[in-house]
Design a protein around this ligand. Sequence first.
Ligand SMILES: *Cc1c(COP(=O)(O)O)cnc(C)c1O
Ligand code: SF4
Length: 381
Amino acid sequence: MQLSAPSKGYIDTVTELVDFLRSRQVSARHINEITDGLQKSSMSLKVTPHILGMIDWGQIGTDPLRKQFLPFNSEFKKDHPMLRLDSLSEKRSDIGGGIIHRYPGSVLFMIGKTCPAYCAFCTRSYIVGTDAGGIKKDKITSSFRDRLKVLAAYLERMPLVSDVIISGGDIASVSTAVLDAVLNMLLTTATIKTVRLATRGLTFCPVEFDAGSKLYARLCEHQSDFFKCGKELSIQCHFNHSSEINILTEKVVKGLVEAGFVIRNQTVLLKNINSDSSIIRDLIAKLISLNIQPYYVYQMDMVKNAEHFRTTIEESISIYNSVTGFFPGFLSPKFVVDLPGGGGKKNICAYERQESRDGTYAYTSAICGERRLFYYYDPLN
Ligand SMILES: *Cc1c(COP(=O)(O)O)cnc(C)c1O
Ligand code: SF4
């Protein structure tokens, strides 16, 4: 599909987007819904031709991709009073320069702060992307080389950390040289046994991972190096709906599986997008058919300007209940809530108590000493 800005490979200005929407016969009313919605979003406009090509413009009101990337003005709701920017308190677990150490055995390294496209519900809206929706994004001030040195030195001091997640931002938005530098360092760090590459690139721009691409060639080489050293290099992808997967995605995933990658998927439960047991069941079945492990289904975090994406805990548990038992146990996703305030991920059903009838749930966190309570608040009506 030809877009007005083929040289960039994505659309990130309202003018380009409006031209594109007009070319798809989108009505003036819906165009206004989108341009006004973009003013409210915490994430700036950035979409790929691949995403735009998969949206059903005839069903613009309900299309699951349109809703995730081009929210309508009328969809937004007022933020919950208890909602905070950086709701997971990641900054408190940041040892410096986007190196987040929350769980004893794992470190998350933000390789960059950009993605090939921006999801309107992004949990890291405090840092990922450019300023939007009245939010001034945090900057990563030190250079990549310096941050890599800090990471290497930190891992030396932390022998209990055996797992590193390379996240972001997105690995599909950094050069292969940057990726090479991180992976080579981790390969030679004896204590590191597993490395996970977190990317939404398979949803945004699968072609960049296609056999024949530079990225694919580099990934295959790293995969083989890790394998020879008895370490696991895996991919964590992010699909929320089976309509995010087309023939090209299937081909690309097959190529990665053939290269030896274990691929695990993370899904966010999104109100009126995938908050339905048959949609989640279809997605899981699709993932399994592609050899992707359905790893997590997340309760949507309490993110600024993204209130309309949240389901209630009760809705999410009901989806969990209606999915359980349909798939092999090791291919059944865990339903988790990442506890606001930094308690980490917790089984969504494992709350201590429901504080009141208005949907306040109290959870404990083993990594924070079991005593402190962490609260998740349902969206208000
Ligand atoms: C989710 C997460 C991890 C990894 O968690 P797993 O349950 O091992 O997948 C590590 N660090 C941070 C900060 C995270 O948010
Ligand atoms: S891909 Fe991930 S980090 Fe990037 S905008 Fe989407 S949710 Fe945020």
